[in-house]
Write a protein that binds this ligand. Sequence first.
Ligand SMILES: [Zn+2]
Length: 512
Amino acid sequence: MATEQSPLLRDIRNDDFIEPQDMRDGRFGKIPLGLIAILILIIGFVLFVVFVPHNTPHPIEPWPTDLTPNIFSHLKALNEIAKHSNKNSRSITNGYNASAEYIISTLINKTNCDVKLQYFKVPIWEKEKEAELSVSFGNPDEIVAFQGGIDFWSMRDGGQAASLVSQEVVKIQNPLDNKTEWNVQGKVALIQFGNFSVWDAAYKAEQNKASAVIFYNSPGQTKLSRVRVRIAEWKEGDPLMNIPVLAASNSLGRILKISSSINITTYTKVFVTETFNVICHLNDHGHKKNTIVLGAHLDSVSAGPGMVDNASGAATLLEILLTLEKQLFEPKNRLVFAWWGAEEIGLGGSRHFVRELLKSKEKENIAMYLNFDMLGSPNYIPFILQGSDAPPDARDGSIRIQHMLEKVFDKLREPYDISDMLGGSDFLPFIQNSIPSGGIYTGSSEIKSRKSQQKFGGIANAPLDPCYHQACDILDNVSEDAIELTSKAALEVIINFGSMKDLRDYLESRDI
Ligand SMILES: [Zn+2]
């Protein structure tokens, strides 16, 4: 559902990533920009002369020792936003726009960023309540009802609300075989889940005018509980599933095969809405050809306020930027800060950003990407993302990034572990398009082993974040210790890469 946009979001709307200069007039309206620029230059020069010891390399001393209190004030603001939203959430259809406004107004008031909003479309699927399903075996007056959420459930992204009465069930074997006959018009297609794309099979059913699709698990399997019905890299113009798609247990699947008719009611909706990334370019400093993108997703899941996932990363990235600006940090390599929208909807924002990079040839300027997703997990392990997981084109550079992060943790005398970098966050579109990437992460539903507990403290045999993707991912769920450590490491690594003279050489060199 498109949310009403505030004047702030409308005014700085800009879809063009490439030429940041374009938006200046639009953003500041009637303010005489030339005058502001001259004033900033004069103030900047005076501050430079007064405060910066000449020939001193970065960082300029003294850097703040602890960013945690300021990060928590951003977290509190984002938590308030969630509280005032419909569902105590900062998802795209709840508190996301207000979260973005907080970031944007802070950027405009406290930094020299060129702030840009990069708009894109995402599909939204909502379930008001679980579906209902009943069957009869010959006598339409004798109906057997099954239990939603246990025997069957509406699959994620699986279609609009519908009410289907006394429909015939048609079993389809080999749904993706071209020779399969789809005699399903106005009927319910029943398909045993196998080694095929659920989207492809369900879409075939829809094109053949089925009224609904039910996938059921193979004997002894529960795989369907994790599957969703959508094109993996959905983008504007791609189709959505309209007919209801349900998943069922193997035993219900077997019962449905011998039923004579079925009744189904679903309470879902699917629609496309528009959202955006918030992007800050620090244009005045650093080689454009050695651009470093720093990203954290700003949206949460709809189930909760997403304080660890990922207000923690978004707030840390914001505070790091404010710190760099306060310290008059002059990177040798251009820094681009990104707060992604719709990460929780199939990495919508970062995928869109990379697609636009490719279209515009801007991609050549991007040397690397750093991801900050979940930095404050309550039972945390400080993880560094594993560079060798990147595809060959991005592998060497990603390994170099991993090693730089390791050096930073070593310097802080803090232990760390390595986590895979295979999927599930915004680094994916970057490494898939040969941009070396890395990042920090403090864990979600992984269980902490006894050995890890001895190394990092916390609670053994418990999840690293017991509130992952749940309503209880509130402010109290965020670990101050984790934030203190990860923000220090993130700041240090950003300074190191930002001030590196031969960034490309470093990333391309083979590691020792
Ligand atoms: Zn996340």
